[in-house]
Design a binder for this molecule. Structure first.
Ligand code: ASP
Ligand code: MG
Length: 451
């Protein structure tokens, strides 16, 4: 059994859904369970509609709903033609859109959208896309059965970012999905949405369909999870900075997480954690180029000294320096409790006996934080810095690699450097305007020279 998850661009229009059907047809022997996102752009449009209703712009909101109605009906018609199946789906879509319009009206009267109502509105994206995809599959010879994701994906009540309940999901998946798969059917369900035990609709947070796929895969103990998107996989660097960046064939989960923290947008590893922790491999594939190799993410992978180069500008370096730290336990804890109180996440840390240096996102408002830090010692702030990371799980303690990284930087100034004992990355703080140049030099040294 495998889970195939198709993102918004893989179900964005009739042609994309057609390709998706071909992909699934080619995998029937592996007993796929299909998880789909909303048609590309729909979730954004729905959230916009919700905010328009609460802002009293009912006419604008209704126009938005009608545009979505027309788009969904057009896609359904293009895929299904005009036979009886097509009528059934069109009727169902129309009913959902009527409901959505009523909901919009009610929210306009209330003049306020609660997180619960926002989830109810946002959930229409996947509630609409999944029956279209299921019907299109069925018409193309795939024995698809639509399943309401809300009967499987049990969550708590934290609307907007509801937390899934894995035990309940496993139970529901065995009850609602497994018998279908055993009977040779292909369940098709929407990602991103769920419901509380009481049946109130919830969502898992933006981009939550990957999370749904991982949860279903973990619940059914699948052999693999395929995330179908519109890029070939994870790359050795951001291709906007390094056009020659190459595909990473196999990456460890912790390395992927590290890259995501640098804004690698392919997928957020925390969303696939439920699968990876159970040793279920996750594959990223391009639905526009299904023959491409893709990237495999697993808990473990052969260690490689350097797997990728990442970077980010717009970083502030904060140094706290005090001789009082010398031999005094608890100072570091005190300093970090300040960050905790202000709910600031620190990226890179380096310490010496008398100083602690950390980096923070430059967009944060830091005045109050700095004032509190001053109770621990002299505080200096270096703005306009950037982070460059050499990511690779085999890096720890491998001196030649570290030497190569530093020498690749040549005369570029390094303000701080961090390598943890369980190192999966060597992190260098450079001038913000040199981040791209540093990335290019490092990429050249590790991937373009003799590699
Ligand atoms: N449709 C949802 C979103 O756009 C969930 C997803 O696509 O993962 O956030
Ligand atoms: Mg998406």
């Amino acid at each position: 059994m495998i889970v195939c998850k198709f993102g918004g661009t893989s179900v964005g229009d009739a042609a994309a859904i057609e390709r998706t059907a071909d992909i699934v047809r080619g995998r029937l022997a592996r007993q796929p369970v299909v998880v789909v996102s909303a048609l590309a752009g729909t979730t954004n449009a729905l959230l916009e509609i919700a905010s328009q209703t609460s802002g009293g712009q009912f006419i604008v909101a209704i126009r938005g709903i009608e545009a979505l109605r027309a788009r969904h009906l057009a896609v359904a018609e293009e895929l299904l033609g005009t036979g009886p199946d097509a009528h059934e789906v069109a009727a169902e879509l129309s009913m959902l859109f009527d409901e959505l319009a009523h909901l919009g009206e009610a929210l306009t009267v209330l003049g306020d959208v609660s997180p619960r109502s926002l989830d109810a509105v946002a959930a229409y994206g996947e509630r609409l896309s999944s029956p279209i995809v299921a019907a299109a599959f069925a018409q193309r010879g795939i024995p698809a059965t639509w399943v309401d994701a809300r009967t499987v994906m049990v969550t708590d009540k934290a609307h907007g970012r509801a937390r899934p309940q894995p035990d309940a999901i496993a139970e529901r998946a065995r009850e609602h999905l497994l018998p279908l798969v055993r009977a040779g059917r292909v369940p098709v369900l929407g990602g991103y949405i769920g419901a509380t035990r009481e049946g109130v609709t919830t969502t898992l947070g933006r981009g939550g369909s990957d999370y749904s796929a991982a949860l279903v895969g973990a619940a059914l103990d699948c052999e693999g999870i395929e995330i179908w998107t519109d890029v070939d996989g994870m790359l050795t660097a951001d291709p906007r900075v390094i056009p020659g960046a190459g595909l990473i064939a196999h990456i460890r989960f912790d390395e992927a997480a590290e890259l995501a923290s640098f804004g690698a947008k392919v997928l957020h590893p925390s969303t696939i954690a439920p699968a990876v922790q159970r040793n279920i491999p996750v594959f990223i594939y391009n639905s526009h180029r299904p023959q491409a190799a893709g990237t495999r993410i697993t808990f473990d992978a052969p260690r490689r000294e350097v797997r990728a180069i990442a970077g980010r500008a717009n970083v502030v370096l904060v140094n706290v320096k005090s001789s009082a730290m010398l031999g005094t336990p608890g100072v570091v804890r005190g300093i970090f409790s300040v960050f905790e109180r202000f709910k600031l996440s620190v990226d890179v840390i380096a310490t010496s006996e008398v100083s602690v240096s950390v980096t923070l996102d430059a967009d944060l408002h830091l005045e109050d934080v700095l004032n509190e830090l001053r109770t621990f010692g002299d505080v200096t702030v270096e703005r306009g810095r950037g982070i460059v990371a050499v990511v690779g799980s085999g890096l720890g303690g491998h001196t030649p690699t570290m030497a190569r990284a530093l020498s690749a930087l040549g005369e570029l100034r390094v303000h701080m450097c961090s390598l943890s004992a369980s190192a999966i990355n060597l992190t260098l703080i450079v001038d913000g305007d040199q981040v791209h140049e540093a990335m290019r030099r490092l990429h050249r040294a590790f991937f373009e020279e003799d590699a």
